[in-house]
Design a protein around this ligand. Sequence first.
Ligand SMILES: C[S@@+](CC[C@H](N)C(=O)[O-])C[C@H]1O[C@@H](n2cnc3c(N)ncnc32)[C@H](O)[C@@H]1O
Length: 196
Amino acid sequence: MNLSNPKSLNTEFFQQLYQKNPDPWQFATSEYEAKKYAATLNALPRNLYQSGFEIGGSIGILTEKLARRCQSLLSVDVSDIAQAQAIDRCQHLHNIKFELMSVPKSFPTESFDLIVLSEVGYYWSWEDLHKAQDLIVDRLQSQGHLLLVHWTADRGILSLTGDEVHNDFLRLVPDKLKRIKSVVEDKYRLELFEKI
Ligand SMILES: C[S@@+](CC[C@H](N)C(=O)[O-])C[C@H]1O[C@@H](n2cnc3c(N)ncnc32)[C@H](O)[C@@H]1O
């Protein structure tokens, strides 16, 4: 574990990003993101999940795709600016519930058979990452899936690196999670776990 003690990036940071640019990571237009989203969906072993939870849904590009693989999907984000775009983008889909939520300060009380953490874990401090891990494991149903996808190319302004996030989840294997897929690409890493 890295011994430095970074802070979690707060809501204000993300609000300012979305105020300056409605799609700061070019999720809607980037070929890299489109390929990564295809790999993300392709990594899911089940065609249909009963109840999915997406942490950090942003402007809803991945949300819209995930909703086609879930009977119901809860998508949360800290930014109302981003989430307003997601709600607009997904208005034709009636199985998505949107909530403003800062994980791990808040967490849904229900359980899920799919939890997706895509490009969010590295904004957390170690403490928040560990709190989030406990909550995720607690609310993931037995044999439910946890999908992690994170950029690994550089740290930039991130609190943690993508590799630090993924490696830290490996502490939960084999007692709480089983790793069933691991993909390492040039710029990102994807890992799929099943709850024991
Ligand atoms: C880089 S985007 C990832 C979007 C999407 N998951 C994807 O892979 O395309 C990160 C999103 O996470 C949200 N976010 C950051 N910290 C969060 C937290 N603690 N709880 C919920 N959402 C958070 C940000 O507002 C932002 O919209």
